[in-house]
Ligand binder design. Structure first.
Ligand code: F6R
Length: 607
């Protein structure tokens, strides 16, 4: 969840370290810090809160030096204070850490008993002291790290600087990502390729348990058994420009508006326009033999999986289980042979999803991964890699990754149906036709941005908001509620509309806006009946539907949002837009930090 970066450079590194942190602020923004080595001293600068505070600190108190490490934090152990900010340092060693050291209490007690004074409440600081103790006892940096790593339980990506060795850094990873960047007479470490994008495109991804020594000229990589190993150096596609906001006010806004383009981009890898077929990447297993699909994910990606459950069942007639990764991994799920386990993730690094993936792998499942970062840990462990081509998603609230996930999942469900002989050629053609209508329909949905902005004031004062949907639009209700909660801090719940009368309807009064997602189609009448039940109890309704739906049921609503008339298959993609825009405009009206909402981080690499 934190972001780390290290540079062994030809010239001053502080500004470049800070730029790297800026690109990783989506990983956490509770505090930030840098440590360089200059004239044989560790020079450490840290500040609580956003990166801007560290920049201010550095402008008054620079950190010179051609080598350094830096960190942006999402707090796990200890409050977001300056003392708990990384880098953690002793007289000899400075260290940045992403992950959680689970046995830190035992290690801390041991260090305290040994006379060490620890300054922070973090789990990370113990690692700095353990390494430092080895150095003080005469070990080389390599030997110090070699003896400490096996003592750490949990997950870590580390970058360590040594006062007496101003030409080298050591990195290590287990459970959290770390890449090595190769420059011209300079070398880098980073949590991801994006952080290093302006510095280099030549990237090696460390494997689990690897550790690495970098100096200005080279990287020497070791595996968990301390054997010298080579890791392939690849050319990263991460572009420096891709993380700019352009003319948009927020990344989230930009990413919402990118959806027609990135969904089209994604679909171009999954459907053949010319022969109107669904076209998946080379699959070296028999998709027709899949007898069960188990979908595992977190947050918004989980809701994409919920929508996909409807499609797999409807098209491919295959039973589907779906669970939150954090629940799935601890409930000892029963997995029969012949199953496809499908993991959905924007980042490909979410710790719970990754652990669930490994559980399924151990239990003989075929591993499918729908992921936006093709170099991520999940992508590298997939049997069937299904990339979404959404481009870097920086806003903490996921938007374009979600609609791209839906596009991929619809294509996969249809392809499975074709392979199982359950979808005729004509039906496949229909599916392709409707999927290809999605980008234009997304554009038409975006045309209502101003109308939605104009009604934000109706929702912004609310303390609670309900979202209702039925069938594949029920997960959209959940997604709408999640978006509103996370960026506007308004309490919101999504319900299956038919479930209202079983309890939640008691919440209805004139202070609780109810957002109803009801595209015309087979479920429209049923949803509208549930809406009328809310209306009859004084509920204030915002109806999101198409022209026909609004004509039939829009009267008496507090507000309406018109969507284009679309086929039910693509309705979940299209109806994602108004719930994203509504959350966005309400958050703007409330003046919250849209791209970096409180307490959150984009990439959740801790359990
Ligand atoms: C919500 C959001 C989160 C993520 C979740 C999973 O807007 O972004 O709920 O969807 O943390 O992350 P990934 O998809 O990276 O596994």
């Amino acid at each position: 969840m934190c972001g780390i970066i290290g540079i062994v450079g030809k010239d001053a590194v502080a500004d470049r370290l800070v730029d790297g942190l800026k690109r990783m602020e989506y990983r956490g923004y509770d505090s930030a810090g840098v440590c360089t080595i200059e004239s044989g001293q560790l020079v450490r600068r840290r500040a609580p809160g956003k990166l801007a505070n560290l920049v201010a600190e550095l402008s008054g108190n620079p950190a010179p030096g051609n080598i350094g490490i830096a960190h942006t934090r999402w707090a796990t152990h200890g409050a977001p204070t300056a003392e708990n900010a990384h880098p953690h340092a002793t007289g000899e060693v400075a260290l940045v850490h992403n992950g959680i050291i689970e046995n830190f209490k035992t290690l801390r007690d041991e260090l305290v008993a040994d006379g060490h004074t620890l300054e922070s409440e973090t789990d990370s600081e113990v690692v700095a002291h353990l390494v430092s103790r080895e150095i003080e006892n005469g070990a080389s940096p390599q030997d110090a790290v070699k003896s400490v790593l096996p003592r750490l339980r949990g997950a870590f990506a580390l970058a360590i600087a040594f006062r007496q060795h101003p030409g080298m850094l050591i990195g290590a990873r287990l459970g959290s990502p770390l890449v090595v960047g190769y420059g011209e007479g300079e070398m880098f470490l980073g949590s991801d390729a994006l952080a290093l994008a302006p510095l280099t495109q030549k990237i090696a991804y460390l494997d689990e348990g690897d550790w690495v020594v970098i100096d200005q000229a080279a990287a020497t990589i070791y595996d968990s058994e301390n054997n010298r190993v080579e890791r392939e150096v690849t050319t990263s596609g991460a572009s420096a420009a891709a993380v700019e906001k352009g003319n948009y006010r927020h990344y989230m806004q930009k990413e919402i508006f990118e959806q027609p383009t990135v969904v089209a981009q994604t679909l171009s890898s999954y459907v053949h326009q010319a022969d109107e077929t669904v076209a998946l990447p080379q699959i070296d297993f028999d998709l027709s033999a899949i007898n069960r699909v188990t979908i595992v994910a977190c947050g918004t990606s989980y809701y994409a999986g919920m929508v996909a459950k409807y499609w797999f069942e409807q098209f491919a007639r295959v039973p589907v289980d779906i669970d939150f990764a954090s629940e799935f991994r601890y409930r000892e799920p029963v997995l029969e042979d012949g199953g496809l386990s499908l993991f959905i993730s924007q980042s490909g690094e979410t710790a719970d999803t990754l652990a669930a993936l490994r559980y399924c792998k151990e239990h003989g499942q075929t591993i499918g991964v729908v992921v936006n970062v093709p170099t991520s840990s999940m992508a590298r462990e997939a049997d069937l890699l299904l990339p979404t081509h959404a481009g870097p998603e920086i806003g903490v609230a996921s938007t374009k990754a979600f609609t791209c996930q839906l596009a991929v999942l619809a294509a996969l469900a249809a392809h499975m149906a074709v392979k199982k002989g359950l979808m005729s050629r004509d039906e496949e053609r229909e599916v392709v036709k409707h999927l290809l209508e999605a980008p234009a329909a997304l554009n038409a949905a975006l045309d209502h941005d101003e109308d939605i902005a104009g009604m934000a004031h109706l929702i912004a004062p609310a303390r609670d908001v309900l979202y209702l949907g039925r069938g594949p639009d029920f997960p959209l209700a959940l997604e709408g509620a999640l978006k509103l909660k996370e960026i506007s801090y308004i309490h919101a719940e999504g319900y299956a509309s038919g479930e209202m009368k079983h309890g939640p309807i008691a919440l209805i009064d004139e202070h609780v806006p109810v957002i109803v997602l009801a595209p015309s189609g087979p479920l429209f009448e049923k949803t509208v009946s549930n809406m009328q039940e809310v209306n009859a109890r004084g509920g204030k309704i915002v109806l999101i539907s198409d022209e026909e739906g609004l004509a039939e049921a829009g009267e008496g609503c507090m507000a309406t949002i018109q969507m284009p008339r679309v086929h039910p298959l693509i309705a979940p993609l299209v109806y994602a837009v108004p719930v994203q825009l509504l959350a966005y405009h309400v958050a703007c009206a409330k003046g919250t930090d849209v791209d970096q909402p409180r307490n959150l981080a984009k990439s959740v690499t801790v359990e």
